[in-house]
Unconditional design. Structure first.
Length: 324
């Protein structure tokens, strides 16, 4: 079955949204979503060996491999299905049709599980629907996948509000500090900080060790996932090798902003050392193969050389001359 939609179809719908043509875009996007659903049900059937995604970059593919550790073959669909469903969800949210928005954003996350904007938007829809457990769970899932300080800060701020509502003030303070460390300009992070400073100023006296321990007991880290930074830097190295300096710089800056300059530099050194070690191992293996090949060739030459028997023509010739 041929792919029924293309990226330019979604681009056109997004242009309509940008121009305020909400209803026209809605008709187009719902039609595209219907066609995409029929195609997926026929051509993108998940199995134990294979799954289909619409990642937007090689980085997302690599990050999914390292974070999710999915052993299946990952196949890329030709159209950005996740953008299609995210655009449709935007329309539903504008209409306050939150159940429809929830379903559309679930599809967006399914097609691109590494896009944290989809996860955070879905979290907010669940919150609007009164499901704070899903709101918190989705926010927590962003911590392992965030590629920007803003997404990381928003996720921590959400969790801080969740813990505050549950009167777990120590965990809320831990999230406040993590959110501010990630991005002190994020609106959700500053709102949480302002609220806690006003309502519970005593929390500021708690040590980082105490608040971080409380987060750890809930299975929550205190910063970005280093695996994401490693993936960014690995893709930056690939981009530099291919001569794309702009992309290499962009990815490196993302990693630096995410984990900080010192940690980023340490990861770069680690990646370079790992690459050098791998190159050395490959060189050694290649040298061993060449040596084995050369030895095999020598043996072949030795085996192929004709042996001179005792009664050969040359000895017979000498004997014949002596006899004359």
């Amino acid at each position: 079955m041929e792919m029924p939609i293309a990226a330019h179809d979604i681009d056109y719908a997004e242009n309509l949204l940008a121009e305020g043509e909400l209803e026209t875009a809605a008709v187009l996007l719902e039609e595209l979503a219907s066609e995409a659903g029929e195609y997926a049900d026929t051509a993108c059937i998940a199995t134990d060996a294979r799954q289909w995604f619409s990642f937007s970059s090689p980085f997302e593919y690599l990050a999914y491999r390292r974070v999710e550790r999915d052993p299946r073959e990952l196949s890329q669909v030709e159209a950005p299905f996740d953008r299609l469903y995210a655009d449709l969800a935007y329309i539903y949210i504008q209409r306050h049709e939150y159940e429809s928005a929830r379903d559309a954003l679930k599809q967006a996350v399914r097609w691109n599980p590494m896009n944290c904007a989809h996860r955070l938007n879905l979290a907010e829809v669940f919150r609007a629907l009164g499901d704070t457990q899903e709101w918190a769970a989705l926010s927590a899932s962003v911590l392992d996948r965030a590629t920007t300080p803003q997404a990381l800060a928003r996720a921590f701020a959400n969790l801080g509000q969740y813990f505050l509502a549950g009167e777990n003030l120590t965990a809320a303070e831990g999230c406040r500090r993590a959110a501010i460390r990630a991005c002190d300009a994020d609106a959700a992070a500053t709102a949480l900080a302002t609220q806690l400073d006003k309502e519970h100023p005593e929390l500021g006296e708690l040590s980082d060790e105490v608040v971080n321990k409380q987060l750890e007991e809930h299975g929550i880290g205190t910063g970005a996932n280093a695996e994401i930074a490693v993936c960014l830097l690995m893709c930056a190295t690939d981009a530099a090798t291919e001569g794309d300096r702009n992309e290499a710089t962009r990815l490196t800056l993302l990693a630096r902003d995410l984990v900080g300059a010192p940690a980023c530099e340490a990861l770069i050194r680690l990646i370079r050392e790992s690459d050098a070690e791998l190159a050395h191992e490959r060189e050694g293996a290649a040298a061993g193969q060449r040596a084995a090949s050369a030895e095999s060739d020598d043996d072949a030459v030795t085996d192929a050389a004709p042996a001179v028997p005792a009664g050969s023509a040359s000895s017979d010739s000498v004997d014949s001359k002596d006899g004359e």
